[in-house]
Design a protein around this ligand. Structure first.
Ligand code: COA
Length: 308
C-alpha cells in the first residue's frame, strides 16, 4: 500500500474585488452588518471555473517541479462547472497537458476534502501523481438582488499536487458524511440561483463539523490538542468560531481567509490552506485538521501531517 504526500500547491482568484460598500450601493445592507454577521469584507468575482482551475493547477505543478505529463489524474471539485456536459476537468487536463484521466467531483463545499480522500484511495492502488483542484464561480449562480445570499459568495480556486509514497503517508485519518434528507435547506436547480435557509444551515454546519472532526481525529489517533492548524470551510466566521469553541481549540489556530474571499465552496479550504503555507504559518511536521460542510448536506474532515 502507498500513502499520500503533498508536493505542490497553488491558488487563483479573479482580479475584480467586490467590497461590502459596493454591494451596499444596490442592496439594503451595510458593511457593518455583513462584517458582524459573517466576517466577510470583500470577495473576488469573475473569470470561469476552468480558467481559475488551470491557473491554480499550473501554480501547484510549478511548486512540485512537475509538468502536466507527470500527472495521472486531475480531480476537479466544483459545483459550478463551465457547463453541464462535458465535465470541466477535461478542459483543465487539455490546457495543462495532463496525460492521465480527468473527473469532476461535486460534494458542494465538502468537495475538496472528498477529493483528497478519493485521491488517497487511488494513490494507494496504483496511481503515482494526482492534481486535486477546488474551483468555483459561485457568482454565476448567485442572485445579486437577494441580500441574504449575495453577501456570502465569491469565486476562486486552489490546488494541491498529491504523490504516492511508500508507507502510510501523511493523510492520517478522515471522515466523510452525507444527509440527503437536508437537500432543501441549500440548493440550486438548473438555470436558477442558490436558495438557502441560512439559519438552519448554520445550526447544522457547526454540529457536523465538530462531529466529523472528532471522528477524523480519533481515526488518526490524535487529539485536538495535537492539531497545529485547523483549516475549516470558509462559510461564515461565526460558524468557524463556534466550531472551534466546541472542538476545544482556540480560534487563533484556525486559518481564516473569509474576510478577503467570502464563501468559495470547493475552493475555500485550499485557499485557506495555501494562504497559511505562504504566510509561514505551517512548519514541517505540523498536524492540520481540514473540515468542511455544504449542500447535500455533505461533510468531510481530514487530518493531514505537513511533511514539507
Ligand atoms: N443586510 C442587512 N440585513 C439582512 C441581511 C443583509 N445582508 N440579510 C438578512 N438580513 C436581515 C434579515 O432580513 C432579518 O431581518 P428581520 O429580523 O427584520 O427579519 C435579520 O437581518 C436577521 O436575519 P437572519 O437570517 O436571522 O440573520 P443571521 O444572523 O442568521 O445571518 C446568514 C444570516 C445568512 C449570514 C447566516 O444565517 C449564515 O451565514 N448562515 C449560514 C449560511 C452558509 O454558511 N451557507 C453556505 C453553507 S456552505
Amino acid at each position: 500500500m502507498s500513502g499520500l504526500v503533498v508536493t505542490g500547491w497553488g491558488t487563483a482568484v479573479p482580479s475584480r474585488v467586490v467590497t461590502n460598500a459596493e454591494l451596499s450601493a444596490t442592496l439594503d445592507t451595510s458593511d457593518e452588518w455583513i462584517v458582524e454577521r459573517t466576517g466577510i469584507k470583500e470577495r473576488r468575482v469573475g473569470s470561469t471555473t476552468s480558467a481559475l482551475a488551470i491557473e491554480a493547477g499550473r501554480a501547484a505543478l510549478d511548486v512540485a517541479g512537475l509538468t502536466g505529463s507527470d500527472i495521472d489524474l486531475v480531480i476537479l471539485a466544483t459545483t459550478t462547472g463551465d457547463r453541464i456536459v462535458p465535465a470541466t476537468s477535461p478542459t483543465v487536463q487539455d490546457a495543462l497537458g495532463i496525460s492521465g484521466g480527468a473527473m469532476d467531483l461535486n460534494a458542494a463545499c465538502s468537495g475538496f476534502v472528498y477529493g483528497l480522500v478519493t485521491a488517497s484511495g487511488l494513490l494507494a492502488t496504483g496511481l503515482s501523481r494526482i492534481l486535486l483542484i477546488g474551483a468555483e464561480t459561485l457568482s454565476k449562480i448567485t442572485d445579486w438582488t437577494d441580500r441574504s445570499n449575495a453577501i456570502l459568495f465569491g469565486d476562486g480556486a486552489g490546488a494541491l499536487v498529491l504523490e504516492a509514497t511508500e508507507g502510510p503517508g501523511d493523510l492520517l485519518g478522515w471522515d466523510l458524511g452525507s444527509d440527503g434528507s437536508a437537500t432543501n435547506i441549500l440548493r440550486c436547480e438548473h438555470g436558477s440561483t442558490i436558495e438557502m435557509d441560512g439559519k438552519e444551515v448554520f445550526r447544522r454546519a457547526v454540529r457536523v463539523m465538530v462531529e466529523s472532526s472528532n471522528l477524523a481525529l480519533e481515526r488518526a489517533g490524535v487529539s485536538i490538542d495535537d492539531i497545529d492548524l485547523v483549516v475549516p470551510h470558509q462559510a461564515n466566521l461565526r460558524i468557524i468560531q463556534a466550531a472551534c469553541q466546541r472542538l476545544g481549540v482556540s480560534e487563533e489556530r484556525a486559518a481564516v481567509v473569509i474576510d478577503r474571499y467570502g464563501n468559495t465552496s470547493s475552493a475555500s479550504i485550499p485557499l485557506a490552506l495555501v494562504d497559511s503555507l505562504e504566510s509561514g504559518r505551517v512548519s514541517s511536521g505540523d498536524l492540520l485538521l481540514l473540515t468542511g460542510f455544504g449542500a447535500g448536506m455533505t461533510w468531510a474532515s481530514a487530518v493531514l501531517r505537513w511533511a514539507r
